[in-house]
Design a protein around this ligand. Structure first.
Ligand code: F6P
Length: 324
């Protein structure tokens, strides 16, 4: 392989820039040309390419977002779109592709490989931590720290006014962000999709907290939780069914995806970038690089996409005990 392309796709995540930097520099280290593709698969279809060398990625390891921009491409889901992308790749002389993104992006990479036999390698980049084959996706650790910082700040105002706050965090269909930040932020209750505790339990636990002398409360709600009410309906439920609560809602939203990556994410991105390029150079394809037992490990893309990440049961128990 003499020329490798790199793109970022799907929702951006802190650490994507650090991963691009690592891919570009590993290519330079091995004397391989590197091409940056803008706006994910859209750029592949439009031929939006830029040759990159070690200096093109200076000053980005500490930046949130992605310098290559990101997109969720509808056209790449069509055979015609992928055909156009392949023609551009051939014209440019690209011989391998590193895709930094989530499971939707990996599905695109896998289909592309199956259709054209083109070598692809995945780096898991999403704040949700919902990819099988790695204990941490890029951006997860930074998002956790951002959310905990927000919870701490909300707690200040919650306790000054004796209020109950429902705080909604991202995570799509999984509760990793909610569970971890709920524990770290000292939440009274954490609502996650993996475990529907039900409204009665919520009521019970809030009342119990109050009886033991708590004057303010934080409930962290994963955006994908299954309690059957959205966060505003939860407020209404408490307003209508429980006496004496002054309830506020805070939806943290996209601020969770921004900001400088944590040290952990920068190191992880660097390791993943090196591993992805070197695995391609060894002639492998269709893998995702991931972190397992503090080692870089490969997982077939197919498994990474289909495998279910499990919620840490021990964390669930800790959160239960902490909210006593
Ligand atoms: O996958 C990352 C994520 O931020 C999810 O947590 C969230 O559900 C989704 O993307 C939001 O997507 P969009 O940026 O398209 O609103």
């Amino acid at each position: 392989i003499r020329k490798i392309a790199v793109l970022t796709s799907g929702g951006d995540a802190p650490g994507m820039n650090a991963a691009v930097r690592a891919v570009v520099r590993t290519c330079a280290y091995h004397g391989v040309e590197c091409i940056g593709v803008y706006r994910g698969y859209e750029g592949l279809i439009e031929g939006d390419f830029k040759p990159m060398n070690a200096r093109s990625v200076r000053g980005i390891i500490n930046k949130g977002g992605t310098m290559l921009k990101s997109a969720r491409s509808k056209e790449f889901r069509t055979k015609e779109g992928r055909e156009k992308a392949f023609q551009n790749i051939i014209k440019e002389g690209i011989e391998g592709l590193v895709v930094i993104g989530g499971d939707g992006s990996f599905t695109g990479a896998l289909v592309f490989n199956q259709e054209f036999g083109f070598p692809v390698m995945g780096i898991p980049g999403t704040i949700d931590n919902d990819i099988f084959g790695t204990t941490h996706t890029l951006g997860f650790d930074t998002a956790l720290n951002t959310v905990v910082d927000a919870i701490d700040k909300i707690r200040d105002t919650a306790s000054s006014h004796n209020r109950l706050f429902f705080i909604e965090v991202m995570g799509r269909d999984v509760g990793h962000i909610a569970l971890n930040t709920g524990i770290a932020g000292g939440a009274e209750e954490i609502l996650i999709p993996e475990e529907d505790l039900g409204l009665d339990r919520l009521k019970e636990s809030l009342n119990r907290s109050r009886k033991t002398g708590k004057t303010s409360s934080i409930v962290v709600v994963a955006e994908g939780d299954k309690i059957g009410k959205n966060i505003f309906e939860l407020k209404e439920y408490v307003d209508e069914n429980m006496e004496g609560y002054d309830v506020r809602v805070s939806v943290l939203g996209h601020m969770q995806r921004g900001g400088a990556p944590s040290c952990f994410d920068r190191v992880l991105a660097s390791r993943m970038g090196v591993k992805a390029v070197e695995t391609l150079l060894e002639g492998e394809t269709n893998y995702m690089v991931g972190l397992k037992n503090n080692k870089m490990e490969l997982t077939p893309l197919e498994q990474a996409i289909k495998g279910k990440t499990k919620i840490n049961l021990e964390l669930l128990r800790v959160s239960d005990i902490m909210s006593t």
